[in-house]
Design a protein around this ligand. Structure first.
Ligand code: SF4
Ligand code: SF4
Length: 149
């Protein structure tokens, strides 16, 4: 990976290792979401996809994720403009919006645990959808993630 590539390359210029390393492992995008039918507002819950390893913040079957979960979105430089529901802290969203990465981002800190230490990741505060009935998910909307920046 090129040094400080996130500052010198556009999203579409990045190679695959660079692109993949932008993911900080927060796993916020792997939380189940509820959309308000009237307003279109997307609310996050504290229920995570059954394929998430909540301890590491990484997908348990990354290569097959879009096959296993049809609405799991594979991020590309071309579809970021459609993903306004992504967390404000997400590195892909930040760079798409021409904003800098946060100090806790592992590419800046050099420490993959800094996303957890900064309280950005979902680790320790979510439960797998395997243990929650589908009709109960709407009761589990959370707001802790709205305050993070
Ligand atoms: S929200 Fe962004 S940075 Fe966080 S896990 Fe998802 S893709 Fe990675
Ligand atoms: S399949 Fe993997 S990447 Fe997709 S939402 Fe589930 S845990 Fe996240």
């Amino acid at each position: 990976m090129a040094e400080n590539f996130w500052e010198t390359k556009s999203l579409s210029q990045m190679n695959e290792p660079e692109w993949e390393s932008l993911c900080d492992g927060c796993a916020q995008c792997c939380l189940c979401k509820v959309e308000d039918a009237d307003t279109g507002t997307v609310h996050y819950t504290d229920v995570h996809c059954r394929h998430l390893n909540a301890a590491t913040g990484r997908c348990g079957d990354y290569d097959r994720r879009t096959t296993l979960v049809p609405d799991c979105v594979k991020l590309t430089p071309e579809n970021l403009h459609e993903l306004s529901w992504m967390p404000a802290t997400c590195a892909y969203r930040l760079l798409y919006e021409n904003k800098p990465l946060a100090a806790w981002h592992p590419l800046i800190s050099g420490d993959p645990n800094s996303v957890h230490a900064a309280g950005i990741s979902v680790r320790g505060r979510c439960v797998s959808e395997a243990f929650v009935h589908e009709t109960d998910i709407i009761e589990r909307i959370v707001h802790w993630r709205d305050k993070k920046s």
